[in-house]
Design a protein around this ligand. Structure first.
Ligand SMILES: [Zn+2]
Length: 223
């Protein structure tokens, strides 16, 4: 991706390929930061261990509101009180206990006022996976805070994740950045472009002999 973005003429001042004041930038090298956030969340009672299997969840789950989103967790493990017994996160999923019924509001710089209700629009979400990998939600919040990010620009498919991340940031006593969610790029049939739909990535377009200008022109013509 880094190579393809540079090919397209997009450059940046700091990042995994060029370093910078907040290095390291690769999440695989930032484990200590995520681990200390996990410890704080655990010690302050924000998270709990969840041992539900995929099968348990599939049986209990109500369907998510939109196809791309995860189902609301049925709160099976929420009342567990054994989190203090864990010295490290691995072996179970760790879920964030959302404040049921609370409205999470934020002003998106592109899409305007947003509002999601915890426990209804999204449930207790995983912040650390049982295979010992910090989940996206936690890694993003910790990175944004430690790298002093003030404005996050990303796709509108992450709007609801912003509500989750605002809750996580609040629990960790971080200031939240402001958000600008872009409309998703769609293909000619109106489908969002995604690897799993086999959409043409920059790499494929490049390998098929298209020039940088042609790729940029093609982007501008998308619906
Ligand atoms: Zn569970």
């Amino acid at each position: 991706m880094i190579e393809d973005l540079h090919w397209l003429g997009i450059n940046w001042q700091e990042g995994p390929d060029c370093g910078g004041p907040f290095a390291p930038y690769a999440q695989s090298e930032r484990g200590d930061s995520y681990l200390s956030a996990w410890r704080r969340l655990k010690d302050d009672g924000w998270i709990y261990p969840c041992t539900c299997s995929r099968k348990d969840l599939a049986l209990a789950a109500s369907a998510p509101n939109d196809a791309d989103d995860e189902a609301i967790y049925p709160r099976t493990c929420r009342s567990r009180t054994d989190s203090k017994q864990f010295a490290e996160p691995k072996g179970v999923n760790w879920r964030f206990r959302v404040p049921d019924g609370e409205s999470i509001r934020f002003e998106d710089l592109h899409l305007g006022a947003q509002e999601y209700t915890a426990g209804r629009d999204f449930g207790d979400f995983v912040i650390w996976r049982r295979d010992d990998v910090p989940a996206y939600q936690l890694a993003a919040v910790v990175d944004d805070a430690e790298m002093q990010i003030t404005e996050v620009v990303r796709g509108a498919d992450l709007l609801k994740s912003t509500a989750r991340q605002i809750l996580l940031a609040r629990a960790l006593e971080y200031a939240s950045p402001v958000y600008f969610h872009c409309n998703l790029v769609r293909d000619k049939t109106g489908q969002r472009m995604a690897k799993r739909h086999d959409s043409a990535g920059i790499r494929q377009l490049r390998e098929s002999g298209r020039s940088k200008q042609e790729v940029l022109r093609q982007l501008e013509q998308l619906p």
